[in-house]
Design a protein around this ligand. Structure first.
Ligand SMILES: Cc1ncc(COP(=O)(O)O)c(C=O)c1O
Length: 412
Protein backbone atom coordinates (compact mmCIF):
# COMPACT_ATOMS: atom_id res chain seq x y z
CA UNK A 1 0.00 0.00 0.00
CA UNK A 2 1.52 3.30 -1.07
CA UNK A 3 0.80 6.29 1.12
CA UNK A 4 1.34 10.03 0.81
CA UNK A 5 2.91 12.24 3.50
CA UNK A 6 -0.01 14.71 3.56
CA UNK A 7 -3.76 14.54 4.16
CA UNK A 8 -6.26 15.52 1.48
CA UNK A 9 -7.11 18.68 3.45
CA UNK A 10 -3.47 19.61 3.79
CA UNK A 11 -2.94 19.08 0.06
CA UNK A 12 -5.93 21.27 -0.77
CA UNK A 13 -4.39 23.97 1.43
CA UNK A 14 -1.05 23.60 -0.36
CA UNK A 15 -2.81 23.85 -3.74
CA UNK A 16 -4.62 27.03 -2.66
CA UNK A 17 -1.18 28.62 -2.40
CA UNK A 18 0.68 26.72 -5.11
CA UNK A 19 -1.60 25.63 -7.96
CA UNK A 20 -1.13 22.26 -9.66
CA UNK A 21 0.85 20.86 -11.34
CA UNK A 22 3.90 20.62 -9.08
CA UNK A 23 6.44 18.26 -7.61
CA UNK A 24 6.63 18.00 -3.84
CA UNK A 25 9.50 16.37 -1.92
CA UNK A 26 9.32 14.99 1.61
CA UNK A 27 12.35 16.34 3.50
CA UNK A 28 11.84 14.19 6.61
CA UNK A 29 11.76 10.96 4.60
CA UNK A 30 14.83 11.99 2.56
CA UNK A 31 16.79 12.65 5.75
CA UNK A 32 15.71 9.40 7.41
CA UNK A 33 16.71 7.40 4.34
CA UNK A 34 20.17 8.96 4.03
CA UNK A 35 20.82 8.35 7.74
CA UNK A 36 19.89 4.68 7.34
CA UNK A 37 22.25 4.44 4.36
CA UNK A 38 25.17 5.96 6.27
CA UNK A 39 24.50 3.66 9.21
CA UNK A 40 24.43 0.59 6.98
CA UNK A 41 27.84 1.43 5.48
CA UNK A 42 29.48 2.63 8.70
CA UNK A 43 31.61 -0.56 8.74
CA UNK A 44 33.71 1.12 6.03
CA UNK A 45 35.55 3.99 7.71
CA UNK A 46 35.89 6.04 4.51
CA UNK A 47 32.38 5.48 3.16
CA UNK A 48 31.00 8.50 1.34
CA UNK A 49 27.78 8.99 -0.61
CA UNK A 50 27.88 11.47 -3.52
CA UNK A 51 24.32 12.38 -4.47
CA UNK A 52 23.83 12.07 -8.25
CA UNK A 53 22.80 15.65 -9.02
CA UNK A 54 21.29 14.64 -12.38
CA UNK A 55 18.45 12.89 -10.58
CA UNK A 56 17.08 15.95 -8.70
CA UNK A 57 19.12 19.07 -9.45
CA UNK A 58 17.60 21.48 -6.96
CA UNK A 59 19.68 23.50 -4.45
CA UNK A 60 17.30 22.81 -1.55
CA UNK A 61 17.64 19.07 -2.11
CA UNK A 62 21.43 19.33 -2.48
CA UNK A 63 21.66 21.30 0.75
CA UNK A 64 19.77 18.58 2.64
CA UNK A 65 22.41 16.10 1.49
CA UNK A 66 25.19 18.48 2.41
CA UNK A 67 23.80 18.82 5.93
CA UNK A 68 23.64 15.03 6.13
CA UNK A 69 27.34 14.74 5.24
CA UNK A 70 27.06 13.70 1.58
CA UNK A 71 28.96 14.98 -1.41
CA UNK A 72 27.64 15.43 -4.95
CA UNK A 73 28.24 13.61 -8.21
CA UNK A 74 28.22 16.09 -11.11
CA UNK A 75 28.17 15.42 -14.84
CA UNK A 76 28.26 18.80 -16.55
CA UNK A 77 29.31 22.43 -16.29
CA UNK A 78 25.98 23.55 -14.86
CA UNK A 79 25.91 20.75 -12.31
CA UNK A 80 29.39 21.78 -11.18
CA UNK A 81 28.26 25.40 -10.87
CA UNK A 82 25.21 24.27 -8.90
CA UNK A 83 27.39 22.22 -6.54
CA UNK A 84 29.70 25.18 -6.03
CA UNK A 85 26.75 27.52 -5.34
CA UNK A 86 25.42 25.07 -2.76
CA UNK A 87 28.71 25.16 -0.88
CA UNK A 88 30.24 21.86 -1.96
CA UNK A 89 33.96 22.09 -2.52
CA UNK A 90 37.03 20.04 -3.34
CA UNK A 91 36.63 16.33 -2.74
CA UNK A 92 32.98 16.75 -1.81
CA UNK A 93 32.45 16.92 -5.58
CA UNK A 94 32.86 13.89 -7.83
CA UNK A 95 32.96 14.84 -11.49
CA UNK A 96 31.76 11.78 -13.38
CA UNK A 97 31.43 12.96 -16.96
CA UNK A 98 31.99 11.51 -20.41
CA UNK A 99 32.83 13.06 -23.78
CA UNK A 100 33.95 15.97 -21.64
CA UNK A 101 34.68 19.43 -23.08
CA UNK A 102 37.71 21.35 -21.86
CA UNK A 103 35.77 24.08 -20.01
CA UNK A 104 34.18 21.41 -17.80
CA UNK A 105 37.56 19.88 -16.92
CA UNK A 106 38.90 23.36 -16.16
CA UNK A 107 36.05 24.17 -13.77
CA UNK A 108 36.25 20.75 -12.10
CA UNK A 109 39.99 21.18 -11.59
CA UNK A 110 39.56 24.74 -10.27
CA UNK A 111 36.95 23.55 -7.78
CA UNK A 112 39.30 20.80 -6.64
CA UNK A 113 36.68 18.17 -7.54
CA UNK A 114 37.68 14.55 -7.94
CA UNK A 115 37.83 14.08 -11.70
CA UNK A 116 36.58 10.68 -12.76
CA UNK A 117 38.03 10.03 -16.21
CA UNK A 118 35.65 8.09 -18.39
CA UNK A 119 38.40 7.41 -20.89
CA UNK A 120 42.10 7.04 -20.07
CA UNK A 121 42.91 8.37 -23.56
CA UNK A 122 41.68 11.75 -22.20
CA UNK A 123 44.73 12.05 -19.96
CA UNK A 124 46.63 14.27 -22.40
CA UNK A 125 43.47 16.25 -23.17
CA UNK A 126 42.99 16.91 -19.45
CA UNK A 127 46.65 17.73 -18.99
CA UNK A 128 46.58 20.25 -21.84
CA UNK A 129 43.43 22.06 -20.81
CA UNK A 130 43.44 21.94 -17.00
CA UNK A 131 46.52 20.12 -15.78
CA UNK A 132 46.62 16.82 -13.94
CA UNK A 133 45.37 16.90 -10.35
CA UNK A 134 47.01 14.96 -7.50
CA UNK A 135 43.98 12.74 -7.09
CA UNK A 136 42.14 11.11 -9.95
CA UNK A 137 39.62 8.38 -10.58
CA UNK A 138 39.09 6.23 -13.68
CA UNK A 139 35.91 4.59 -14.79
CA UNK A 140 36.27 0.86 -15.30
CA UNK A 141 34.35 -1.03 -17.96
CA UNK A 142 34.56 -4.68 -17.02
CA UNK A 143 33.85 -5.73 -20.61
CA UNK A 144 31.43 -8.45 -19.70
CA UNK A 145 27.72 -8.92 -19.41
CA UNK A 146 26.23 -7.99 -16.10
CA UNK A 147 23.54 -10.54 -15.52
CA UNK A 148 20.66 -10.73 -13.16
CA UNK A 149 18.86 -14.06 -12.86
CA UNK A 150 20.32 -15.10 -16.24
CA UNK A 151 19.07 -11.96 -17.95
CA UNK A 152 21.70 -9.54 -19.29
CA UNK A 153 21.05 -6.19 -17.59
CA UNK A 154 24.16 -4.40 -18.88
CA UNK A 155 26.24 -5.42 -21.86
CA UNK A 156 29.50 -3.69 -20.99
CA UNK A 157 31.12 -4.52 -24.32
CA UNK A 158 28.72 -2.24 -26.12
CA UNK A 159 28.49 0.38 -23.38
CA UNK A 160 29.96 3.78 -24.19
CA UNK A 161 31.19 4.19 -20.62
CA UNK A 162 34.54 3.51 -19.06
CA UNK A 163 37.94 2.15 -20.03
CA UNK A 164 39.12 -1.44 -20.34
CA UNK A 165 41.16 -3.09 -17.63
CA UNK A 166 44.37 -2.89 -19.70
CA UNK A 167 43.75 0.76 -20.50
CA UNK A 168 43.48 1.46 -16.78
CA UNK A 169 46.73 -0.40 -15.97
CA UNK A 170 48.55 1.73 -18.59
CA UNK A 171 46.66 4.92 -17.76
CA UNK A 172 47.40 4.71 -14.05
CA UNK A 173 51.11 4.24 -14.76
CA UNK A 174 51.08 7.31 -17.02
CA UNK A 175 49.10 9.35 -14.47
CA UNK A 176 51.62 8.42 -11.79
CA UNK A 177 54.41 9.77 -14.00
CA UNK A 178 52.38 12.97 -14.37
CA UNK A 179 52.22 13.43 -10.59
CA UNK A 180 49.03 11.72 -9.46
CA UNK A 181 49.49 10.22 -6.01
CA UNK A 182 45.95 9.18 -5.04
CA UNK A 183 43.80 6.99 -7.24
CA UNK A 184 40.23 5.77 -7.34
CA UNK A 185 38.32 3.25 -9.40
CA UNK A 186 34.74 3.81 -10.46
CA UNK A 187 32.25 1.46 -11.99
CA UNK A 188 28.52 1.44 -12.35
CA UNK A 189 27.10 -2.05 -12.57
CA UNK A 190 23.69 -1.52 -11.11
CA UNK A 191 20.50 -0.65 -12.94
CA UNK A 192 17.44 -0.44 -10.72
CA UNK A 193 18.50 -3.43 -8.69
CA UNK A 194 17.44 -4.18 -5.13
CA UNK A 195 18.88 -7.63 -4.60
CA UNK A 196 21.67 -7.94 -2.03
CA UNK A 197 23.46 -10.78 -3.85
CA UNK A 198 23.53 -8.77 -7.07
CA UNK A 199 25.50 -6.01 -5.35
CA UNK A 200 27.73 -8.44 -3.48
CA UNK A 201 28.62 -10.47 -6.60
CA UNK A 202 29.35 -7.47 -8.79
CA UNK A 203 31.29 -5.58 -6.11
CA UNK A 204 33.45 -8.67 -5.76
CA UNK A 205 34.45 -8.38 -9.45
CA UNK A 206 35.51 -4.77 -8.95
CA UNK A 207 37.40 -5.63 -5.77
CA UNK A 208 39.24 -8.42 -7.63
CA UNK A 209 40.18 -5.95 -10.36
CA UNK A 210 41.58 -3.59 -7.69
CA UNK A 211 43.77 -6.44 -6.42
CA UNK A 212 44.94 -7.25 -9.99
CA UNK A 213 45.67 -3.58 -10.52
CA UNK A 214 47.84 -3.55 -7.39
CA UNK A 215 49.64 -6.73 -8.45
CA UNK A 216 50.24 -5.39 -11.99
CA UNK A 217 51.16 -1.79 -11.25
CA UNK A 218 51.91 -1.56 -7.53
CA UNK A 219 49.20 1.09 -7.27
CA UNK A 220 46.81 0.74 -4.38
CA UNK A 221 43.65 2.77 -4.86
CA UNK A 222 42.40 5.08 -2.12
CA UNK A 223 38.76 4.53 -2.96
CA UNK A 224 36.34 2.46 -4.98
CA UNK A 225 33.25 4.21 -6.28
CA UNK A 226 30.40 1.76 -6.80
CA UNK A 227 28.26 4.54 -8.34
CA UNK A 228 24.46 4.17 -8.49
CA UNK A 229 21.92 1.65 -9.66
CA UNK A 230 20.19 0.86 -6.39
CA UNK A 231 16.53 0.68 -7.30
CA UNK A 232 13.25 1.54 -5.65
CA UNK A 233 9.92 -0.28 -5.52
CA UNK A 234 7.53 1.17 -8.11
CA UNK A 235 4.74 -1.38 -7.80
CA UNK A 236 2.62 -1.39 -4.64
CA UNK A 237 3.59 -5.00 -3.94
CA UNK A 238 7.34 -4.52 -4.54
CA UNK A 239 9.46 -4.55 -1.44
CA UNK A 240 12.09 -1.87 -0.91
CA UNK A 241 15.81 -2.64 -1.04
CA UNK A 242 17.14 -3.94 2.26
CA UNK A 243 20.08 -1.59 2.64
CA UNK A 244 21.51 -3.48 5.62
CA UNK A 245 21.55 -6.71 3.60
CA UNK A 246 23.07 -5.00 0.55
CA UNK A 247 25.78 -3.41 2.64
CA UNK A 248 26.46 -6.73 4.37
CA UNK A 249 26.77 -8.48 1.02
CA UNK A 250 29.28 -5.86 -0.18
CA UNK A 251 31.16 -6.13 3.12
CA UNK A 252 31.42 -9.88 2.75
CA UNK A 253 32.88 -9.47 -0.75
CA UNK A 254 35.24 -6.78 0.57
CA UNK A 255 36.44 -8.96 3.45
CA UNK A 256 37.01 -11.96 1.17
CA UNK A 257 38.98 -9.97 -1.41
CA UNK A 258 40.41 -6.62 -0.29
CA UNK A 259 40.96 -7.57 3.36
CA UNK A 260 42.23 -11.05 2.46
CA UNK A 261 44.73 -9.50 0.02
CA UNK A 262 46.01 -7.16 2.72
CA UNK A 263 44.74 -4.04 0.92
CA UNK A 264 42.35 -2.84 3.63
CA UNK A 265 41.49 0.00 4.24
CA UNK A 266 40.02 1.26 0.97
CA UNK A 267 37.18 3.76 1.14
CA UNK A 268 33.94 2.86 -0.58
CA UNK A 269 31.92 5.54 -2.33
CA UNK A 270 28.48 5.50 -3.89
CA UNK A 271 26.79 7.91 -6.29
CA UNK A 272 23.19 6.97 -5.61
CA UNK A 273 20.46 9.03 -7.21
CA UNK A 274 17.03 7.45 -7.42
CA UNK A 275 17.44 5.59 -4.13
CA UNK A 276 17.99 8.89 -2.33
CA UNK A 277 14.99 10.87 -3.56
CA UNK A 278 12.84 8.73 -5.90
CA UNK A 279 10.30 7.45 -3.36
CA UNK A 280 10.19 10.78 -1.52
CA UNK A 281 8.95 12.94 -4.39
CA UNK A 282 5.37 13.19 -5.69
CA UNK A 283 3.94 14.73 -8.84
CA UNK A 284 0.61 16.41 -8.20
CA UNK A 285 -1.81 17.29 -10.98
CA UNK A 286 -5.55 17.95 -11.31
CA UNK A 287 -8.03 16.40 -13.71
CA UNK A 288 -9.00 19.05 -16.25
CA UNK A 289 -11.20 17.03 -18.61
CA UNK A 290 -12.71 13.57 -18.67
CA UNK A 291 -13.15 12.17 -22.18
CA UNK A 292 -14.92 9.02 -23.35
CA UNK A 293 -14.38 7.63 -26.84
CA UNK A 294 -13.28 4.05 -27.41
CA UNK A 295 -11.49 4.43 -24.09
CA UNK A 296 -11.88 6.55 -20.98
CA UNK A 297 -9.37 9.37 -20.69
CA UNK A 298 -8.45 11.54 -17.75
CA UNK A 299 -6.86 14.70 -19.17
CA UNK A 300 -4.66 16.43 -16.63
CA UNK A 301 -3.55 20.03 -16.18
CA UNK A 302 0.00 18.71 -16.82
CA UNK A 303 1.56 16.93 -19.77
CA UNK A 304 4.34 14.39 -19.93
CA UNK A 305 6.78 17.15 -20.88
CA UNK A 306 6.77 17.84 -17.13
CA UNK A 307 6.96 14.21 -16.09
CA UNK A 308 8.17 12.15 -18.99
CA UNK A 309 9.26 8.98 -17.22
CA UNK A 310 5.98 7.07 -17.66
CA UNK A 311 5.92 7.84 -21.40
CA UNK A 312 9.66 7.34 -21.93
CA UNK A 313 10.30 4.22 -19.93
CA UNK A 314 6.80 2.82 -19.79
CA UNK A 315 7.31 2.56 -16.07
CA UNK A 316 4.48 2.06 -13.65
CA UNK A 317 4.03 5.10 -11.47
CA UNK A 318 1.45 4.48 -8.82
CA UNK A 319 -1.42 6.99 -8.69
CA UNK A 320 -3.45 8.01 -5.67
CA UNK A 321 -6.71 9.80 -6.41
CA UNK A 322 -6.85 12.03 -3.35
CA UNK A 323 -9.95 11.60 -1.25
CA UNK A 324 -10.82 8.35 -3.06
CA UNK A 325 -8.08 6.21 -1.53
CA UNK A 326 -10.55 3.79 -0.02
CA UNK A 327 -12.83 3.50 -3.07
CA UNK A 328 -12.74 0.38 -5.24
CA UNK A 329 -10.48 0.64 -8.30
CA UNK A 330 -13.10 -0.44 -10.82
CA UNK A 331 -12.73 2.09 -13.64
CA UNK A 332 -10.13 1.80 -16.40
CA UNK A 333 -8.49 5.01 -17.58
CA UNK A 334 -5.71 6.28 -19.75
CA UNK A 335 -4.25 9.30 -18.00
CA UNK A 336 -3.03 11.87 -20.52
CA UNK A 337 -1.68 15.35 -20.93
CA UNK A 338 -2.22 17.93 -23.66
CA UNK A 339 0.76 17.30 -25.95
CA UNK A 340 0.26 16.77 -29.67
CA UNK A 341 1.72 13.31 -29.25
CA UNK A 342 -0.44 10.29 -28.72
CA UNK A 343 2.08 8.69 -26.39
CA UNK A 344 1.60 11.59 -24.00
CA UNK A 345 0.25 9.22 -21.33
CA UNK A 346 1.01 9.01 -17.64
CA UNK A 347 -0.78 5.69 -17.41
CA UNK A 348 -2.47 3.28 -19.82
CA UNK A 349 -5.42 1.04 -18.95
CA UNK A 350 -4.99 1.91 -15.30
CA UNK A 351 -7.55 0.73 -12.80
CA UNK A 352 -8.54 3.66 -10.61
CA UNK A 353 -11.51 4.67 -8.51
CA UNK A 354 -14.23 6.60 -10.36
CA UNK A 355 -12.59 9.96 -11.08
CA UNK A 356 -14.08 13.29 -12.08
CA UNK A 357 -12.95 16.67 -13.29
CA UNK A 358 -11.30 18.56 -10.43
CA UNK A 359 -9.97 15.42 -8.72
CA UNK A 360 -6.35 15.64 -7.63
CA UNK A 361 -3.97 12.89 -8.71
CA UNK A 362 -0.74 12.19 -6.86
CA UNK A 363 1.91 10.19 -8.70
CA UNK A 364 4.28 8.32 -6.40
CA UNK A 365 8.03 7.72 -6.77
CA UNK A 366 8.46 10.93 -8.75
CA UNK A 367 11.43 12.28 -6.81
CA UNK A 368 14.21 11.46 -9.29
CA UNK A 369 14.75 11.69 -13.06
CA UNK A 370 11.44 13.48 -13.36
CA UNK A 371 11.81 17.27 -13.22
CA UNK A 372 15.36 16.84 -14.54
CA UNK A 373 14.02 15.12 -17.68
CA UNK A 374 11.33 17.72 -18.33
CA UNK A 375 11.25 19.65 -21.59
CA UNK A 376 9.30 22.31 -23.48
CA UNK A 377 7.69 20.51 -26.42
CA UNK A 378 4.57 22.31 -27.68
CA UNK A 379 5.72 25.32 -25.69
CA UNK A 380 4.46 23.61 -22.55
CA UNK A 381 6.06 24.99 -19.43
CA UNK A 382 7.75 23.18 -16.58
CA UNK A 383 5.99 23.00 -13.19
CA UNK A 384 7.09 24.21 -9.76
CA UNK A 385 8.94 22.17 -7.16
CA UNK A 386 7.91 22.31 -3.50
CA UNK A 387 9.49 21.03 -0.33
CA UNK A 388 7.40 19.56 2.47
CA UNK A 389 9.73 20.57 5.27
CA UNK A 390 10.43 18.47 8.34
CA UNK A 391 8.33 20.84 10.48
CA UNK A 392 5.30 20.34 8.20
CA UNK A 393 5.54 23.69 6.43
CA UNK A 394 5.75 23.85 2.65
CA UNK A 395 8.05 26.07 0.65
CA UNK A 396 8.49 26.60 -3.05
CA UNK A 397 12.01 25.57 -4.07
CA UNK A 398 11.59 26.27 -7.78
CA UNK A 399 8.86 28.38 -9.31
CA UNK A 400 6.88 27.22 -12.31
CA UNK A 401 8.11 28.45 -15.68
CA UNK A 402 6.37 31.40 -17.27
CA UNK A 403 6.07 32.28 -20.97
CA UNK A 404 8.89 34.81 -20.33
CA UNK A 405 11.21 31.90 -19.45
CA UNK A 406 10.24 30.15 -22.66
CA UNK A 407 10.97 33.23 -24.76
CA UNK A 408 14.15 34.21 -22.87
CA UNK A 409 16.50 32.39 -25.22
CA UNK A 410 14.81 33.43 -28.44
CA UNK A 411 16.00 36.27 -30.68
CA UNK A 412 13.25 38.10 -32.57
C1 LIG B 1 27.84 7.49 -13.42
C2 LIG B 1 26.56 7.46 -12.69
N1 LIG B 1 26.58 7.58 -11.36
C3 LIG B 1 25.44 7.56 -10.64
C4 LIG B 1 24.21 7.42 -11.26
C5 LIG B 1 23.00 7.39 -10.42
O1 LIG B 1 22.31 6.21 -10.62
P1 LIG B 1 21.02 5.84 -9.80
O2 LIG B 1 20.07 6.96 -9.89
O3 LIG B 1 20.53 4.61 -10.46
O4 LIG B 1 21.44 5.58 -8.40
C6 LIG B 1 24.14 7.29 -12.66
C7 LIG B 1 22.87 7.15 -13.35
O5 LIG B 1 22.71 7.36 -14.52
C8 LIG B 1 25.36 7.31 -13.39
O6 LIG B 1 25.35 7.19 -14.72
Amino acid sequence: MKTVPFSYDKLKKIISEFPTPFYIYDEKAIRENVRDLMKAFSWNGGYHQYFAVKSTPNPSILKIFKEEGCGVDCTSLTELILADLCGFSKEEIMFTSNVTPSNEYVLAKNLGAIINLDDTTHIDFLNNCAGIPEIICCRLNLGEDIKYQDKVVINFRSSKFGSTQDQIYDGFGYLQELGVNRFGIHTQFGAHKRDADYFGNNSRKVFRFVIDLYNNTGIKVDFINLAGGLGIPFLPDDSPANIEAISYSIKKAYDETIVAAGLDPISLFTELGIYMTGPYGYFVSSVLHVKKTYKNFLGLDASTNSFMSPARYNDYYHITVMGNENEACNCVYDVTGALCEDRDRFAVNRLLPYTKEGNILVFHDAGAYTYSHSYNFNGKLRPAELLLCTDGSVKMIRRAETPEDYFATLKF
